[in-house]
Design a protein around this ligand. Structure first.
Ligand code: MN
Length: 736
């Protein structure tokens, strides 16, 4: 069992002058809080953080990483919170522990296999310091090494996650050794049967393979010496079971057909010319297999791996692979980013130097960038290379459903985007959202790792405001589609009412016309419209006048005969009924719903207020424009009588408010504005803005915009202002 002294000894060896006290304090803190906890193996829990710290020390990371290794499970698994960690260990370690805790939560949530790609991205998106990834990999490595005590299902789940998420990250970071170990352990635990079968098959050949390797390495040693080509080490290896298994499966091969079942690796001194010299000796000794030579030195792999690979045919026709690289290349291949870290340490000595830190950061980002492939363009990558933070996915945000499904959205996305991403129906019927269990406004911005729960009501419908809160095309299109559908339904409805009213004026049975499908279709076609509903919609929008439709229905003669305009005199003589119907609030008046509703708009000239007497005018293309009955423009509009319709206010929504501008004339003395705003505030009315001026005749002129529900409310505001001493007059101003 590893002791803290072993960890400290390892750190002291490569980092003289390191803050050993920090490591000791972290150890004591961890020991105190994990006290009494046991691992599945029955050992004290503390063994795990100690081993993780030791792995990190062996990777030669700094004492902050090693200390975080000791503390990494404290927040996740004990009652200690981040603020306590901060008060003992400061911001740097707290940031790392926080990152690790968040990753742990993600992996608890994400149970769905096909989400691997997104989870991998989310893990990286949440990391703001590459050390978090290195510590996480060490944590996972130790857990994988000791998973024999877990139940098979749990072993399989963790192994799958390791294969999907952590081994690829290790690979991307060039950490060949960690990656191999993670893969082989996952293979063994996830597919125990296949692992066993393949082991038996390879083991049966192992004595022979190892004898062959022995002969090969001896030959290489002799040939290099003969040719005066220096080398540092020559190794032989049998292919790892996981990569062998993958190859056999993918290519449908048998073991005999695998070219690189055995391989020799030659490590040269640190100059690439020795690699090429070595290669020429190898090709001079054995026949190379055409097409099997790869020069990863001239063109390094994405993860900065460098090596020469060649396959040759040995004695007895046995093919094998030879890998040739320098010591430094070998170190990068085995340790990846950790090796870069070490170079940084070498350069740094013991002092902190921002420039080399930046260099390291650049290397890490270069390694991880290909994982980001999707939405980055060049400009962005440059931008983010400049930023100090490791923000790998500046354009994306990843959130969870309560079931653990990951939803990828653009940054700035809201719960509504999330709802539409799940399903259009969920979006359409969304009534609210919870983020991490708390109810939030629909316009909230989602953060990485948020668990989002969407509340729906079957009868609920999208609202036009939503367009301001969504950033995804899917949500926007869906909301727009819904609004235009709704608009159409309403306009058909409105068109029907208008046509019925017109028919009534002509003393026709409205049903007779509207239900006469053939006639309606004929008239629609005359207007270039397809179906009767299209004709009604067009009337509803005000594009087609109901009077003209009637003319087409009746034909010129009949139309002239029935035209109420022609019979005006008789009508008036028949009494007041017609007049009342015309300007009064008849039972069949058209209902004006909201103010900014689709087919009715408030006239800008008089800005009618709920509760005031109103009248509608069918404006071409704009639907019905609602005026205050006393508006001076109404007189002029009356000329086109057939476009005037009766309208009345629908029942108010509770929270429907309207802005009204008032002009208050006062005596010119100080404190008038304050007196007026106080008077308004006293009756609990919102003021949108207010300004004061002096008129030429030395009167105070105060303009104030108030938010009111209806005419009654406005009357109260006006009378309240009127009672302020010094107020001479209160007038309502028209909208601009
Ligand atoms: Mn752990």
């Amino acid at each position: 069992m590893i002791r803290i002294e072993d960890v400290i000894e390892t750190v002291e060896k490569y980092r003289p002058g390191a803050d050993i006290d920090l490591i000791r304090r972290a150890y004591l803190f961890s020991a105190l809080h994990h006290r009494g906890q046991k691992r599945a193996s029955g050992e004290p829990y503390l063994v795990h953080p100690l081993e993780v710290a030791h792995i990190l020390a062996e990777q030669r990371l700094d004492e902050v990483s090693v200390s975080t290794g000791l503390l990494h499970d404290v927040v996740e698994d004990t009652l200690v919170d981040l603020e306590t960690i901060r008060s003992y260990f400061g911001d740097e370690i707290t940031g790392l522990v926080d990152g690790l805790t968040k990753i742990a939560q993600i992996s608890n949530l994400s149970k769905e296999r096909q989400q691997a790609e997104n989870v991998r991205k989310m893990v990286l998106a949440m990391v703001t310091d590459v050390r978090v990834v290195l510590i996480k990999l060490a944590d996972r490595l130790h857990n994988m090494r000791t998973m024999q005590f877990l139940k098979p299902e749990k072993r399989a789940r963790i192994s799958q996650e390791t294969l999907d998420i952590y081994a690829p990250i290790a690979h991307r970071l060039g950490m060949g050794k960690v990656r191999s170990e993670l893969e082989d352990l996952s293979f063994q635990n996830l597919y125990p049967e296949e692992y066993r079968r393949l082991s038996i098959e390879v083991d049966a050949r192992r004595p022979e393979l190892e004898a062959t390797l022995e002969r090969i390495t001896r030959t290489i040693r002799e040939r290099l010496t003969e040719n005066d080509v220096p080398y540092v080490a020559i190794e032989g290896r049998v292919k790892r079971l996981f990569s062998l298994w993958k190859k056999l499966k993918k290519r449908k091969l048998t073991i005999e057909q695998v070219y690189d079942l055995i391989a020799a690796r030659i490590i040269t001194p640190n100059d690439r010319k020795y690699c090429y010299l070595t290669l020429s000796v190898i090709h001079d000794t054995w026949t190379p297999v055409p097409e099997r030579f790869k020069d990863w030195i001239a063109i390094p792999r994405d993860n900065l791996y460098q090596s020469l690979h060649t396959s040759v045919i040995g004695e007895g026709g046995q093919a094998f692979e030879v890998q040739i690289r320098t010591e430094e290349m070998h170190q990068v291949a085995e340790e990846g980013v950790a090796a870069h870290w070490k170079y940084k340490e070498k350069k740094l000595g013991s002092s902190d130097d921002d420039e080399s830190l930046d260099e390291l950061r650049r290397t890490v980002e270069k390694l991880l960038l290909p994982l980001v492939e999707t939405t980055q363009d060049n400009e962005d990558s440059e931008d983010f290379l400049e930023s100090l933070k490791l923000d790998l996915f500046p354009k994306d945000v990843y959130a969870f459903t309560p079931m653990g499904k990951v939803i990828q959205l653009p940054r700035g996305a809201s719960p509504l985007d999330f709802a539409y991403a799940i399903h259009s129906e969920v979006g359409d019927t969304c009534t609210g959202a919870k983020i991490n269990g708390r109810i939030v406004p629909l316009k909230s911005e989602l953060q990485n790792g948020d668990v989002v729960e969407i509340m729906t009501t079957a009868s609920s419908k999208p609202s036009r405001d939503w367009l301001n809160y969504v950033v995804t095309a899917k949500a926007r299109n869906r909301i727009r589609h819904f609004i235009s559908e709704q608009q159409r339904t309403e306009s058909i409805d409105m068109g029907r009412k208008l046509l019925e009213k017109e028919a009534d004026k002509f003393s026709l049975s409205p049903k007779k016309l509207i239900n006469n499908d053939t006639e309606m279709r004929r008239i629609a076609n005359e207007y270039g419209l397809g179906r009767p509903e299209d004709l009604l919609a067009s009337i509803g929008y005000g594009k087609t006048l109901p009077r003209n439709v009637l003319a087409k229905f009746l034909g010129p003669e009949k139309f002239a005969e029935l035209d109420p305009e022609k019979k005006k005199e008789t009508r008036i003589s028949t009494g007041m009924k017609a007049v009342k119907k015309f300007i009064g609030l008849g039972e069949d008046a058209i209902i004006v719903k909201g103010v900014d509703n689709l087919l009715t708009t408030r006239a800008r000239c008089c800005n009618p207020l709920r509760g005031e007497d109103i009248i509608g005018y069918i404006s071409l293309g704009k639907g019905i424009v609602v005026h205050n009955k006393r508006c001076k423009n109404v007189q002029q509009l009356m000329v086109n009588r057939d476009r005037i319709v009766e309208v009345e206010w629908a029942k108010a929504d509770n929270n429907e408010i309207q802005s009204v501008r008032l002009l208050v004339t006062t005596e010119n003395r100080t404190g008038m504005l304050a007196g007026i705003t106080n008077a308004i505030a006293e009756i609990k009315t919102a003021i949108r803005d207010a300004s004061a001026n002096v008129s030429r005749d030395d009167k105070g002129l105060i303009e104030v915009t108030v938010e009111v529900f209806d005419k009654k409310h406005l009357d109260r505001v006006v009378s309240s202002i009127g009672q302020v001493p010094g107020v001479i007059a209160v007038e309502r101003m028209n909208a601009a």
